[in-house]
Design a protein around this ligand. Structure first.
Ligand SMILES: *[C@@H]1O[C@H](CO)[C@@H](O)[C@H](O)[C@H]1NC(C)=O
Ligand SMILES: *[C@@H]1O[C@H](CO)[C@@H](O)[C@H](O)[C@H]1NC(C)=O
Ligand SMILES: *[C@@H]1O[C@H](CO)[C@@H](O)[C@H](O)[C@H]1NC(C)=O
Ligand SMILES: *[C@@H]1O[C@H](CO)[C@@H](O)[C@H](O)[C@H]1NC(C)=O
Ligand SMILES: *[C@@H]1O[C@H](CO)[C@@H](O)[C@H](O)[C@H]1NC(C)=O
Ligand SMILES: *[C@@H]1O[C@H](CO)[C@@H](O)[C@H](O)[C@H]1NC(C)=O
Ligand SMILES: *[C@@H]1O[C@H](CO)[C@@H](O)[C@H](O)[C@H]1NC(C)=O
Ligand SMILES: *[C@@H]1O[C@H](CO)[C@@H](O)[C@H](O)[C@H]1NC(C)=O
Length: 340
């Protein structure tokens, strides 16, 4: 019996401190280590090289990244699960992230697809990202400005306390089931978009940098795809352009069957009064969409005069869009410590 006392005590202690700061300052056993300028054999100074070094098999692998600015595109495409963890003294707070990956690519710089502009491209299942800032620094262009920070093209993608930064198309949540928890997502134009994924967002700060739509759901059929947002905060980015005022929308329909639900949202950004937008004048795409809101609050929605193609959900309707409704197997792969 005696030998059980200590583990049980540690377990209780662990749960008591669950919502307090949690450090992630040491590589877990077996992790591949990334550190700026390292000369240690087996360590990497380049994040992409570390990811490329992982065995092409079904084993689970962890990459631990020490503080620093890392450059270049990173593709994750091996068969087995991959976890990338950034060094942090508070793993629940994106604002204390110390690791940044940056790349600069867009259709205008010659990339052949949205996905190929991505700074971090997730092409295989079971990828978890913790405490990483991922930037596409291309910036603004009047055409071909698509410049993805994170491209999600596979199933079971978990994004925890990360920071995603670009201007147009920051987050491509395209294929598979994805969760984005306690993170920061910044952009101006269609900066959360994709065609087929089921994506669940909770406890994030979503920051508009200029005039444009937060989401552009590209759902084209009556399939399972949807974006569900619960308890997020929408702000104007600290360095937003002046034209952010009056020109932020929760979404516009890239696909005719766009489906986007915002529940319990604290809206601090200076929204357009209509809150939601058509795709383009003369090409509305609103016939089959569901743009739903439940209990939005905050100055951004005071005085709203919502577009007639959007829906204010009843409590009963909103209750159909929970995490378990969207992603029934979430308990098998989502890190529940990041849920509110
Ligand atoms: C991974 O496991 C699956 C199912 O067992 C197998 O079909 C596949 O060949 C394995 N892949 C690699 C790269 O080992
Ligand atoms: C990522 O994949 C794309 C497409 O296969 C390739 O063009 C690019 O060079 C890859 N990037 C790296 C850093 O390996
Ligand atoms: C990886 O993801 C696939 C697809 O969702 C899933 O079937 C599988 O169980 C996952 N594997 C692991 C080891 O988590
Ligand atoms: C990104 O690349 C483009 C063209 O290659 C260049 O004009 C631009 O200055 C770069 N931006 C940054 C932030 O490096
Ligand atoms: C918003 O302002 C920025 C900076 O001046 C500009 O580049 C961008 O094109 C503007 N957006 C719109 C939709 O006018
Ligand atoms: C879309 O699919 C759902 C689930 O299969 C079904 O209940 C619903 O009636 C369909 N909607 C339309 C407009 O066909
Ligand atoms: C709201 O959006 C419409 C359509 O883009 C635009 O014409 C109008 O000027 C916007 N309102 C404000 C206050 O900017
Ligand atoms: C919705 O509003 C638009 C623009 O104000 C108007 O043209 C359209 O007829 C309205 N549609 C419905 C179904 O009321």
């Amino acid at each position: 019996m005696r030998s059980f006392v200590l583990p049980v005590f540690l377990l209780l202690l662990g749960s008591a401190f669950r919502s307090a700061a949690r450090e992630s300052t040491q590589p877990p056993p077996g992790a591949v280590v990334v550190k700026p300028g390292t000369n240690v054999a087996g360590e990497f100074s380049d994040l992409g090289a570390a990811v490329d070094s992982l065995p092409a098999d079904n084993t689970s692998q962890v990459v631990f990244v020490y503080p620093g600015l890392y450059t270049g595109q990173v593709n994750i495409s091996r068969a087995g699960p991959v976890t990338i963890m950034g060094y942090t003294e508070n793993a629940f707070d994106y604002s204390q992230n110390t690791v940044t990956l940056v790349h600069n690519a867009s259709l205008a710089t010659g990339a052949l697809s949205d996905d190929l502009t991505g700074t971090l491209r997730v092409l295989s299942n079971n990828v978890s990202l913790y405490n990483l800032n991922v930037r596409n620094d291309f910036g603004v262009a009047s055409t071909n400005g698509q410049a993805i920070a994170l491209s999600g093209q596979a199933d079971h993608l978990g994004v925890y306390a990360c920071g995603l930064f670009s201007y147009q198309d920051t987050l491509y949540t395209n294929v598979g089931n994805h969760v984005f928890l306690k993170s920061y997502i910044e952009g101006a134009v269609d900066f959360i978009f994709g065609r087929h994924s089921i994506a669940y967002f909770e406890g994030n700060t979503i920051a508009s940098k200029g005039a444009g739509c937060i989401t552009a759901s590209g759902r084209e059929l009556n399939d399972t795809g949807m974006y569900v947002f619960n308890e997020n905060t929408v702000i104007a980015a600290p360095d937003a352009f002046a034209n952010v005022t009056g020109n932020v929308f929760l979404g516009r329909p890239w696909g005719d069957w766009a489906r986007v639900i915002f529940k319990n949202t604290n809206v601090l950004a200076p929204m357009n009064k209509t809150i939601w937008s058509i795709w383009d004048p003369g090409d509305d795409r609103t016939d089959f969409i569901l743009f739903g809101e439940y209990d939005s609050f905050g100055p951004g929605v005071a005085g709203a005069d919502r577009a007639n193609f959007s829906t204010v959900l009843t409590g009963a309707q909103a209750a159909q869009y929970t995490l378990v409704d969207a992603i029934p197997d979430y308990r098998e792969w989502v890190d529940g410590e990041y849920l509110l």
